[in-house]
Design a protein around this ligand. Structure first.
Ligand SMILES: Nc1ncnc2c1ncn2[C@@H]1O[C@H](COP(=O)(O)OP(=O)(O)OP(=O)(O)O)[C@@H](O)[C@H]1O
Ligand SMILES: [Mg+2]
Length: 261
């Protein structure tokens, strides 16, 4: 294990039929930093995040979390190690309230099965009260405290993204995987998310961030990995990435704006 690395990709490959989505991807993510993952549409970013969270297995290579191989573990085992995520295509229980959605995230932490936790909301014991308070704090940090009883399906697009972030935060993750978290958000919301992510990292959380909004990535990330056709073009600081000729060719110059889920 390389010192200070929370996550280490070692020659990770993944194909779908004839499509080689990831081809020998290697890089490390330093603990308590924000690491950006950029690249054109279809370059393998989401697939790589799916490998981390266990949704997609790797065909070859190793993935270490805190020095421990996790590439063969099931998603719930990986989540239990302290890995939480949001999805490019938002996944919420749209008929449930915001608060219930966050509590549904907490059930992975353990005490009781989800149905019991929801059923017992009204006659909450101390532990339930604590998780309720935690859930409310997560909603508040994500800037949607005022919407706690609103059904998730009634939220605006930006609010739904924040709710997903609140739900991931409720897991108290060590590693937070964010797949295009600010897609569709307004400028003010983006600024709020920026300060939220900074404060999470200041408290010791590590963030792996996929985002097409380049100014946001450049401001926020400590280091960035660039993917192109499933291969690592480079890993470096925002300054190094911005100056790399292949990156300018392959990514910064090579695609138009795209900012939807
Ligand atoms: N479940 C799947 N079945 C078949 N092909 C897939 C699957 N998931 C991804 N792919 C293919 O793998 C490649 C990488 O896709 P991926 O979604 O990881 O790209 P991405 O970098 O996240 O793109 P975007 O910026 O558009 O979200 C694409 O060619 C895609 O079509
Ligand atoms: Mg994607």
């Amino acid at each position: 294990m390389i010192s200070g690395m929370l996550l280490e990709f070692e020659k990770i490959s993944r194909s779908f039929g004839g499509v080689r989505a990831l081809s020998g991807v290697s890089f490390g993510v330093q603990a308590a930093t924000i690491h950006g993952l950029i690249g054109p549409n279809g370059s393998g970013k989401t697939t790589l995040m799916n490998v981390v969270s266990g949704l997609s297995g790797a065909d070859a290579g190793r993935l270490l979390f805190d020095g421990r191989p996790i590439h063969r573990l099931r998603p719930h085992r990986i989540a239990a190690l302290g890995v939480a995520r949001t999805f490019q295509n938002i996944r919420l229980f749209s008929g449930m309230s915001c608060l219930e959605n966050v509590i549904a995230g907490q059930h992975l932490m353990g005490a009781r099965p989800l149905f019991q936790r929801l059923f017992r909301l009204r006659s909450a014991n101390l532990a339930e009260m604590k998780s309720l308070a935690d859930a409310r704090a997560c909603l508040s940090k994500a800037g949607i405290a005022g919407r706690e009883s609103a059904p998730a399906g009634s939220l605006s697009y930006g609010e739904r993204r924040r709710l997903e972030i609140a739900r991931a935060m409720a897991l108290k993750p060590r590693l937070l995987l964010l797949d295009e978290p600010i897609a569709g958000m307004r400028l003010r919301e983006i600024e709020e998310m920026e300060s939220l992510f900074r404060s999470l990292v200041a408290s010791g959380v590590t963030i792996l961030l996929i985002e097409h909004n380049m100014p946001f990535v450049m401001r926020l990330c400590h280091s960035i990995t660039v993917l192109h056709f499933g291969e690592t073009v480079m890993t470096g600081t925002p300054g190094e990435v911005a100056e790399h000729p292949e990156v300018i060719e392959a990514y910064l110059g090579g695609k138009g704006e795209r900012n939807e889920g």
